[in-house]
Design a protein around this ligand. Structure first.
Ligand SMILES: *Cc1c(COP(=O)(O)O)cnc(C)c1O
Length: 370
């Protein structure tokens, strides 16, 4: 592959000396889990987002699960969410013992449709998970009030939306709680797994803090909060994230510029393209919709260009849960058959974007007209 869909070695190389010195600092200190790096990163990330506090955890799926548990979700409850976001929220919901209830997405943005979401709320609804998919913020200014009128907590899944802002307010500061992942390919990525929960409610965040470590509250070895887990951000990852956070806005800006170049270069070939990225879109992925996805993928591959599908199997169609009732989610199902993610990472050069555009244009000529 000449141009992979992502290139983490290139991403991290310019920071190599700083990363090594941060890791060395942790090694020498001899404090490896929930120490000063974690504390400092929690504070720095909360300050960046404009939230009162943050809690470092093991990964993004745990962040969702612990947020759900802190919000009181458990067996017998339903959690309303989308089925096109890679099973992460579903995994977390099921881990609490609750049941995911899926609603369809809007065809233009592939984000949750607020009207369908409102209609899916029942007396059993324990929470809503709103996913800011592909880096684009969902319609939080409409969704959050609808949920709150019914007394239902909103958990934002910000695993693809680090640094997205609307009306100056960051993704992760709109709902009751918010989950972040620092998996290496995310807009802010560690050198391994990592996650974090933040939000506006200090009491709920305190609960997450207890739940991430066995349910200990005031002293160790004493469990006062039921439903605890072990899910902690380790010191090496926290130190790495502290090196990378100051670069996040510039990386996001470059991702937006890449999507804009794709939009310009592909505007006349009849594909559905991502919306023009504004402040509320950090272009985590550049997802296009050709006429014949698999034909296009093959042509890109011939040109040495990587691509992927995010995501090929909607949550409600996953084989492991085939015996459960399957709701009809026509937009979600149709999108899964048609979408394609193009290479989009901050280190891509304009020449590389042009190469992908050229290959896409060649591929579009090989598609049958629809
Ligand atoms: C990556 C991701 C997660 C889960 O993060 P992990 O750290 O891999 O557990 C959750 N939600 C979305 C939308 C993601 O992209």
């Amino acid at each position: 592959m000449t141009l992979p869909i992502n290139d983490l070695k290139r991403h991290n190389a310019p920071l190599d000396p700083e990363l090594r010195s941060a890791i060395g600092r942790v090694l020498e200190r001899g404090y490896y889990v929930l120490g000063p790096e974690n504390k400092a990163f929690e504070q720095e990330f909360a300050a960046y987002l404009g939230t009162p506090d943050a809690v470092g955890v093991g990964n993004g799926t745990d962040a969702l699960e612990l947020a759900l548990r802190a919000a009181g979700v458990g067996p017998g409850r339903e959690v309303v969410t989308v089925a096109n976001a890679g099973m992460y929220a579903s995994t977390a919901i099921r881990a609490t013992g609750a049941t995911p209830v899926y609603v369809d997405v809007r065809a233009d943005t592939l984000l949750v449709d607020p009207d369908l979401l409102a209609a899916a709320i029942t007396p059993a609804t324990g929470a809503i998970v709103v996913t800011h998919l592909y880096g684009r913020m969902a319609d939080v200014e409409r969704l959050v009030p609808v949920a709150h009128q019914r007394g239902i907590p909103v958990i934002e899944d910000c695993a693809q939306a680090h640094g997205a802002r609307r009306q100056g307010r960051a993704a992760g500061s709109w709902g009751d709680l918010a989950a972040f992942s620092f998996y290496p390919t995310k807009n802010l990525g560690a050198l391994g797994d990592g996650g974090l929960v933040t939000g506006q409610d200090p009491a709920l965040l305190a609960r997450v803090r207890h739940l991430r470590q066995y349910g200990w509250t005031t002293q160790k070895y004493e469990c006062r909060e039921a439903g605890g887990r072990n899910s902690r951000l380790d010191e090496i990852q926290a130190a790495v994230l502290r090196v990378k956070l100051p670069h996040l806005d510039a990386w996001n800006q470059r991702r937006r510029a890449i999507v804009s170049l794709y939009r310009e270069g592909l505007k006349d070939i009849g594909w559905q393209l991502p919306p023009a990225p504004a402040e509320d879109d950090v272009a985590h992925l550049c997802v296009v919709r050709p006429r014949q996805r698999d034909t296009v993928r093959a042509v890109l591959q011939e040109h040495g260009i990587g691509s992927d599908v995010h995501y090929p199997i909607p949550d409600h169609l996953q084989p492991a849960y085939a015996d459960e009732g399957r709701p009809a989610l026509p937009v979600t199902e149709d999108a899964a058959r048609g979408i394609l993610s193009l290479p989009c990472f901050p280190e891509m050069t304009n020449d590389e974007v042009a190469t992908v555009i050229q290959a896409c244009r060649i591929a579009s000529q090989k598609e049958c007209p629809k």
